[in-house]
Design a protein around this ligand. Structure first.
Ligand code: HEM
Length: 409
């Protein structure tokens, strides 16, 4: 076994470069026990793929723990005494398994297929063009606060059926709920998450009522048909809407930021993309591999399981470091190199198996439209600051601020 690792995902060092620690984790002979979260961290591509696709690995504790044990776990994680959060965030299609998960996933799966989201491309293009028109006179912007944060609320809101004027609010709620999934579970962060969930719940009930009277061509109206057919409870309905809004929100903002940062660090790649648009599809995949915005998820084991000769008992929790898998030299040649023509590129930025990201087509379409447009409209794009600060934490990855200068083409 290699010398032990100082694993502190809240440290500034980890925020700036998690890949150094991921490498140390991968080089260990055995998975790493992360005592603060009582879980074993997996960092190699093969181990993570095995668990993500295993029928013995589940997301929810229901089914492998008694209600009393779950209550004790919630208390230890500070996930207790938050009634709305417990109803519609701690329970969701992402955090369910088996028949419930299949039923909930099947109901919205069609809305995320490429043929169903095709019409959104024009919506994204129109919104991004208008946003850039407003910003184009400025010589310098914070790519995060001035640009990236405005996009996903509008796009996912449009898909679901939320008015554009509510997007700012949807973003705030999403951020306040998502921050509480990370390892810092202070009471202050808990209060923010519970209040946001309550307000978001009321908002979605109201939107649902409006669509009951006045159906539109949007996801919420389609879900109402399924609810009438008895396929949703109220909590399932609301938690699914909330999950769709939240899962794609911060992740899209973050990958836009780290994607822009990556391109700015690789001017040769940017020049090639300006010259040859056919390179975009593989380049977008490589941006997701290189800097996945959601680098960490978990699974609980429903039976004893062996990994690299070590047996882990039923009930073990594994942390799946998708971000570390994406830099595994056993899977990717020169994994720390950013190559826009990398193929094959079976990265795990969208996970694998039963919980594979439902929004992955939408996420790639967004990136494609946005980066093509930026490179077409701006002949010069450059970083202003030397160091780009990244957010601390294990579950999310993206720049806090990204000041860039630009010149219209
Ligand atoms: C922008 C980049 C995105 C990334 C990197 C990403 C990543 C992921 C990952 C890794 C998972 C699997 C979690 C696990 O293994 O436990 C997941 C699940 C999910 N994602 Fe995404 N996501 C993105 C965008 C989106 C968008 C735009 C939406 C929808 C609007 C979305 C909706 C979902 C849903 C509903 C699930 C749960 C699927 C299930 O449990 O069956 N995601 N995402």
């Amino acid at each position: 076994m290699t010398a032990d690792i100082l694993f502190d995902p809240l440290s500034a060092e980890f925020a700036q470069d998690p890949y150094r620690i991921y490498r140390q984790l991968r080089q260990r002979d055995q998975p790493y026990f992360y005592a603060a979260q009582n879980m074993w961290l997996l960092s190699r591509y093969d181990d993570i793929s095995t668990i993500a696709t295993s029928p013995h690995a589940v997301r929810s504790l229901v089914g492998i723990r008694s209600p009393a044990e779950i209550a004790a776990w919630q208390k230890q994680a500070n996930w207790h005494d938050m009634p709305y959060h417990e109803r519609v965030v701690q329970f969701s299609l992402l955090d369910s398994d088996g028949d419930i998960h299949r039923r909930l996933r099947r109901q919205i799966f069609g809305a995320f297929r490429n043929d169903a989201i095709g019409h959104l491309e024009a919506v994204v293009q129109g919104f991004v063009d208008a946003l850039l028109d407003d910003l184009a006179d400025r010589q310098q912007i914070d790519f995060m606060a001035d640009f990236a944060v405005h996009i996903p609320g509008f796009v996912i809101g449009h898909l679901l059926g939320a008015p554009a004027s509510d997007c700012q609010q949807l973003r705030l709620w999403s951020e306040r709920i998502v921050q509480f999934f990370d390892v810092d579970r202070s009471d202050e962060r808990k209060r923010l998450a519970e209040t946001a969930t309550h307000e978001f719940f009321d908002y979605l009930c109201d939107l649902k009522r409006q669509r009951e009277h006045n159906p539109q061509n949007d996801l919420i109206s389609k879900m109402l048909v399924d609810e009438k057919a008895g396929l949703y409870t109220l909590d399932e309905f609301i938690s699914t809407c909330m999950l769709v809004l939240m899962a794609g929100h911060g992740s899209t903002i973050d990958v836009l930021g780290s994607g822009m940062h990556t391109l700015l660090q690789h001017p040769q790649a940017m020049a090639e993309l300006r010259q040859d648009e056919t390179k975009w599809p593989t380049a977008i995949q490589e941006l997701f591999r290189y800097e996945p915005p959601l680098p960490f998820f978990h699974r609980h084991m429903t039976s004893d399981f062996s990994i690299r000769g070590q047996t882990f008992p039923e009930g073990t929790t594994f942390g799946l470091l998708y971000g570390a898998a994406n830099r595994d030299p056993g899977q990717f040649e020169q994994p720390d190199a950013f190559r826009i023509n990398r193929e094959p590129n079976r990265h795990l930025a969208f996970g694998l198996g039963a919980h594979l990201c439902l929004g992955n087509n939408l996420a790639r379409m967004n990136m494609n439209v946005i980066f093509r447009t930026l490179l077409k409209r701006f002949s010069h794009l450059a970083r202003v600051d030397g160091i780009v600060p990244y957010k601390p934490g294990l579950s999310v990855r993206g720049p806090k601020v990204l000041n860039i200068s630009w010149k219209p083409a």
